[in-house]
Design a protein around this ligand. Structure first.
Ligand SMILES: NC(=O)c1ccc[n+]([C@@H]2O[C@H](COP(=O)([O-])OP(=O)(O)OC[C@H]3O[C@@H](n4cnc5c(N)ncnc54)[C@H](O)[C@@H]3O)[C@@H](O)[C@H]2O)c1
Length: 408
């Protein structure tokens, strides 16, 4: 009769220091018992090999990942993040992983990158699935953060039909999944649903001013109907929904060429190129740092507020002020260049966050300059990384072997 190797307990599975050693010793002694009973040398070597490799793997596991909290079975949630390899999604992944939850990221890598979540790959609480939300998905989860959608104008205008499909069919699929497994769904909606607003600042009860056939409509209307779908599923099927209306956000892992104001200005300033301002630069925006947004999303998901909530930083600046501030933080000699106004570009944008403050106790805490400095550091590292990884074919002469000169 052979022994079954013991299953690891949850603490051991969590990859704590020394677990590899404990586990290996126990397994090796069991292998020895097995050999004594069966006198089968082959099994001994085979199992020793397995346990040794596992030991090496487990020891490296304990050092490889950022530290994660231990949560009891009762408190640990299985969480799906669609679009989790993107800018916001990857920061949300970090928070939920470090809080001790099991996180599944689903992404089709349209604008997201594996690199954004690579530090979790192989962790037992983490799963990465290459999947398009326009196709149905069948998994077991307790909460769904539905972020999958291109978010910057050049990206969502690149393929407007796909943007519409992602926000409509993709959202229906995720609501269908939420209904089937009894999960709560949080939709990453946007301030764009207010369009070019006629009221200022924008509060959640403002219905918006959107051009339904303009170039941004695929995104604005896509998100508006996604919200409608959430409330239809809530009323008709009893699905628990949360809707976050996210205002402009910035931080590390923004895509290098996604064409958003902050990333554009920082990259232009770092490379000594002119900072391009569309129109006069008098249009306003309010930017929040990504860690503030992530905290707001988690608070909202775990609250009992099912109506939409604005998440943004109410500190409003003109685009021109942003350009000047970034130029001075980078210490750049770039010029500011004025280009023709973009169509349907909202003139003023500033969230009214009284609801989030009152009901979630949330408000942004990261000062603008601090967030910008962190983002500038990130983009300089990215530029360096790009420069170091460019493929430059070696000239023929460099490939010649030493001591064997060629005569041409
Ligand atoms: N960043 C902001 O300022 C901001 C503002 C308002 C709303 N939002 C919303 O937050 C969410 C995340 O935005 P972000 O800034 O991280 O953008 P992002 O482009 O970095 O991330 C979006 C992610 O969704 C993925 N994706 C797109 N289509 C998909 C599909 N069909 N199936 C699976 N994955 C798909 C992309 O590959 C990417 O990883 C979006 O829903 C966006 O609308 C962001």
């Amino acid at each position: 009769m052979g022994h079954k190797l013991p299953a690891l307990n949850s603490q051991q599975r969590r990859g704590e220091r020394g677990v590899g050693l404990l586990h290996t010793n126990r397994q090796i002694s069991l292998c020895r018992d097995y050999v004594l009973e069966n006198n089968t040398v082959f099994y001994f070597y085979f199992l020793s090999f397995l346990t040794t490799t596992e030991f090496i793997f487990s020891s490296s596991v304990s050092q490889k990942y950022p530290p994660v909290k231990f949560l009891s079975e009762k408190d640990r949630k299985r969480i799906l993040i669609t679009g989790g390899a993107g800018f916001v999604g990857s920061h949300l992944t970090d928070k939920l992983m470090m809080d001790g939850h099991e996180v599944t990221v689903v992404d089709n890598f349209f604008t997201g990158r594996k690199r954004n979540v690579e530090h979790w790959i192989g962790h037992e609480n983490f799963e990465l699935i290459n999947h398009d939300v326009v196709e149905p998905l069948y998994i077991e989860v307790d909460q769904i953060y539905h972020l999958a959608s291109p978010a910057s104008p050049p990206n969502y205008m690149y393929n407007p039909i796909k943007t519409l499909k992602t926000n409509t069919i993709g959202t229906l699929n995720m609501l269908g999944l939420a209904k089937r497994v009894g999960a709560r769904l949080l939709l990453a909606s946007t301030s764009e649903i207010y369009g070019d607003p006629e009221v200022h600042p924008q509060s959640e009860d403002y219905w918006g001013h959107v051009n339904p056939i303009g170039p941004r409509a695929c995104y604005d209307e896509g998100k508006r109907v996604a919200e409608t779908m959430c409330y239809a599923y809530m009323k008709q099927e009893g699905v628990e929904v949360r809707v976050a209306r996210i205002f402009n956000t910035f931080g590390s892992r923004m895509h290098m060429n996604d064409g958003r104001v902050v990333s554009n200005f920082i990259l232009q300033a770092l490379q000594g190129e002119p900072l391009t301002v569309y129109g006069t630069g008098s249009q306003t925006r309010a930017f929040q740092y990504v860690s503030d947004l992530v905290n707001g999303l988690v608070l909202l998901m775990n609250s009992n507020i099912s109506s939409p909530v604005n998440l943004g930083n109410p500190e409003e600046h003109t685009i021109l002020e942003f350009a000047r501030l970034i130029k001075s933080l980078v210490v750049s000699h770039s010029q500011i260049q004025f280009l023709a106004e973009a169509q349907d570009d909202p003139q003023r944008r500033r969230p009214d966050i009284r609801k989030a403050k009152m009901l979630l106790g949330w408000e942004p805490v990261v000062p603008l300059e601090e967030g910008l400095n962190k983002t500038i550091q990130y983009f300089s590292r990215e530029l360096e990384h790009q420069a170091n990884n460019q493929y430059i074919p070696k000239p023929k002469a460099a490939r010649m072997k030493k001591g064997r000169p060629r005569h041409n």
